[in-house]
Design a protein around this ligand. Structure first.
Ligand SMILES: [Fe+2]
Ligand SMILES: [Fe+2]
Length: 183
């Protein structure tokens, strides 16, 4: 996973969609760890995912959603819808974390373990579906809308500090991720 660099015109659609791809990769990697019964690694990967996910969501909450709101909700969806979905994402992230910790503590084996892993992944479908749906909505709504309604100067002023933070958080977390070998 490389670092994110500024792109032509600093379009939010490009920059934040690339964050979404990195987050999707981490989500899948954690599910692989769960499938293999590597719960300590799955918990480490969930912590990496959580830190990066919250960083990007805070950026959207503090910089993007208020700007869309200021511009008068001219978009396909009102700014408040993104905020509401973030609250649901936070709630389901917490539930997934609790479910993973219980699965890890149960110390199951063989058939019991396999069944509980299937049950865990089934329960997680709602969380995964919400993240995918929410990202698609942002990539079709708020990002292109702000790209159209704002100038490069404003976008650069918010994207640069965010990318500095994101890249440093990503580097720190990739040291952990790269130390996990799921072969
Ligand atoms: Fe979001
Ligand atoms: Fe997002």
């Amino acid at each position: 996973m490389d670092t994110l660099t500024l792109c032509v015109d600093n379009r939010l659609t490009e920059v934040v969609s690339r964050c979404h791809q990195r987050l999707d990769d981490l989500f899948l990697l954690r599910q692989e760890a769960v499938l293999l019964g590597r719960f300590d690694d799955a918990i480490r990967l969930l912590n990496c995912f959580k830190e990066l996910h919250h960083l990007h969501m805070d950026f959207e909450d503090e910089r993007l959603i208020p700007r869309l709101d200021e511009l008068g909700d001219r978009g396909r969806w009102p700014a408040s819808l993104y905020t509401d979905e973030h609250a649901k994402v936070r709630d389901l992230m917490k539930k997934t974390e609790n479910n993973l910790l219980s699965l890890s503590r149960a110390r199951l084996s063989n058939k019991d373990l396999r069944r509980e892993v299937i049950y865990f992944l089934d329960k997680e479908k709602t969380f995964k579906g919400l993240c995918e749906h929410h990202q698609e909505r942002e990539e079709a709504g708020i990002f292109p809308e702000l790209d159209r309604l704002t100038d490069t100067k404003w976008r650069t002023s918010i994207i640069e500090p965010f990318l500095t933070e994101w890249d440093s958080c990503m580097k720190r977390n990739m040291n952990i991720v790269n130390g996990i070998d799921l072969l």
